[in-house]
Design a protein around this ligand. Structure first.
Ligand SMILES: Cc1cc2nc3c(=O)[nH]c(=O)nc-3n(C[C@H](O)[C@H](O)[C@H](O)COP(=O)(O)OP(=O)(O)OC[C@H]3O[C@@H](n4cnc5c(N)ncnc54)[C@H](O)[C@@H]3O)c2cc1C
Length: 484
């Protein structure tokens, strides 16, 4: 049976950041992730916003971690090479009553020490396509690509010797005299400390050891993605005033790092933790809500839809927002759970990870490594100057072969993506590492070429090729085998 100092359950942004923080120390750490790659859950399906802290109750963990995370993000981006843009955001008032809500948000932000907040009247809001009577300007809000951030954390943890067990689902936990026994579909392991960073599944993990004192109420948020041709509709993020009853920020309009625009998310309580479908009704509702902010968004601008699920721990009946529950179990010391990590969880990640390491340090002595390495994500081929592109093509012709026509991604970039240190080899692992398949045709052209590269360069059997989840095989067998 393999023994670890720390096992982290869940390779979302939280689990990956904890792994990265722990990889700075001489510890034997593992992450168990049931998906085919890290960032398979909520961490890839959100707005990608680095919040400033104007929405979190002063004194709460959410406020503390959000503000701290926001302040750390720039140096993390410099260190790991993920993209970050400080676009700023407006929360807009559509009538006089809503101006009072802007004033309340400004006060909350100031209590949380968010700087630069100003309320402007409608004519001074520097967004020509927006309909509003006033806007609260929040200069310290920014955007990232959430999957790029998560992958950077996980891959850097992996090159610093954290073991990532993908397609490994934790199915049972037992307290033993000196640690925990962890049952998975890939065998039984042992660890001194177990960190439950399983997102929406946090309650199921707790119930493997003890009776949970909370419920999870999944709340789905659907989004629409607009084509890059419409990127000049806005230059900063535009939020309506928040919906306090539902405990959500409302349908907002967000630019992405890549030049698309997101409309969403909706807020719908659902029964099934895994029900990530997008619905015809919600597409209509989102468009209608977004048009209240920018009337001239054309319907044909939409190229895709997706959804993410909030891990709410207050029932729809209670409403409102609850704080994060980050605790070590009293019954089972060494078992740490992160519960209800909903928005601003992405922003709060760096601060939460540091807090977990502090909690772990009470059990294990932390000795810093002196050979800690950082692999910075490098620029995409199509962002390089021509002389650098030519030099790469001269060295290896695969830099000159375009595979994804929409996003101009070349064969060498697909190979780099598939050679990732986590060993993730699905089509979505390629998509989230180099953007092939994320353009207007959504993989219609490049999928066949990526499949060919997987077969030729990585000797993968077509029966093992997957779209994104452990059961999403792309092929059953070859056509020729059918006739046999
Ligand atoms: C619609 C929406 C919009 C949001 N927008 C923002 C935003 O703009 N800014 C912001 O700061 N935050 C935002 N958030 C919040 C943010 O996305 C989350 O707080 C964050 O992603 C939570 O990360 P996580 O690692 O806890 O969860 P997850 O990403 O869900 O990770 C949990 C992982 O655990 C794995 N897992 C579960 N069970 C098991 C098991 N038994 N064995 C092994 N693995 C398991 C899952 O596969 C998953 O990969 C938003 C959330 C939603 C839903």
């Amino acid at each position: 049976m393999k023994n670890f100092h720390v096992v982290v359950i869940g390779g979302g942004v939280i689990g990956s950041a904890i792994a990265w923080e722990l990889s700075k120390y001489k510890l034997n750490v593992s992450v168990f992730e049931k998906g085919t790659d890290v960032c398979s859950g909520t961490s890839k399906a959100n707005s990608g916003v680095i919040h400033s802290g104007i929405n979190s109750v002063p004194g709460s963990l959410k406020a503390r971690f959000c503000v701290e995370g926001n302040k750390t993000m720039q140096s993390l981006s410099n260190q790991l090479g993920f993209s970050l843009k400080w676009t700023g955001k407006y929360v807009i008032a559509k009538n006089e009553d809503e101006i009072k809500i802007l004033e309340k948000l400004k006060k909350t932000g100031e209590k949380n020490k968010v700087s630069g907040l100003e309320i402007y009247n409608g004519s001074k809001v520097k967004e020509p396509n927006i309909n509003c009577v006033a806007g609260l300007w929040v200069p310290t809000a920014g955007i990232i690509l959430p999957y790029e951030f998560t992958i950077a954390l996980a891959e850097n943890a992996a090159i610093n010797d954290v073991n990532f067990f993908l397609e490994t689902k934790v199915t049972g936990l037992k307290k033993k005299d000196n640690g925990f026994e962890i049952k998975t579909n890939n065998g039984i392991f042992r660890s001194d400390i177990v960190v439950n960073a399983a997102g929406l599944n946090c309650r199921n993990i707790v119930s493997m050891l003890e009776k949970p004192d909370f419920q999870v109420f999944p709340c789905r948020g659907e989004y629409l993605v607009l084509d890059k041709n419409y990127s000049n509709l806005i230059s900063s993020m535009i939020y309506p005033v928040p919906d306090e009853n539902l405990g959500v920020l409302g349908v907002h309009i967000t630019p992405t790092i890549e030049g698309n625009i997101l409309l969403g998310p909706s807020a719908e309580f659902i029964d099934d933790l895994d029900d990530k479908r997008t619905t015809k009704n919600m597409i209509k509702t989102l468009m209608c809500e977004a048009k209240k902010i920018i009337p001239k968004i054309p319907d044909e601008a939409v190229i895709n839809a997706y959804s993410g699920i909030r891990c709410k721990i207050t029932s729809p009946k209670e409403g409102g927002i609850s704080d994060y529950k980050i605790k070590e179990s009293m019954l089972n010391p060494g078992f740490i759970s992160l519960v209800g990590i909903e928005s601003p969880g992405l922003t709060a990640t760096p601060a939460i990870a540091k807090e977990i390491v502090r909690m772990i340090s009470k059990h294990v002595k932390l000795n810093a490594k002196n050979d800690f390495k950082t692999k910075k994500k490098h620029k995409r081929f199509n962002q390089l100057p021509t002389d650098k592109q030519e030099a790469l093509i001269k060295k290896d012709r695969r830099w000159g072969r375009i595979v994804c026509r929409c996003e101009h991604i070349v064969e060498a970039e697909i190979i780099e993506a598939l050679s990732n240190p986590l060993g993730a080899r699905s089509l979505s692992a390629v998509k989230y590492r180099c953007r092939a398949g994320m353009g207007r045709c959504q993989g219609g052209f490049c999928t066949q070429h990526i499949v060919r590269i997987m077969e030729k360069e990585f000797k993968m059997d077509i029966k093992d090729m997957k779209l994104k989840s452990p059961n999403s095989n792309l092929f059953i067998r070859r056509n020729r085998e059918l006739s046999k």
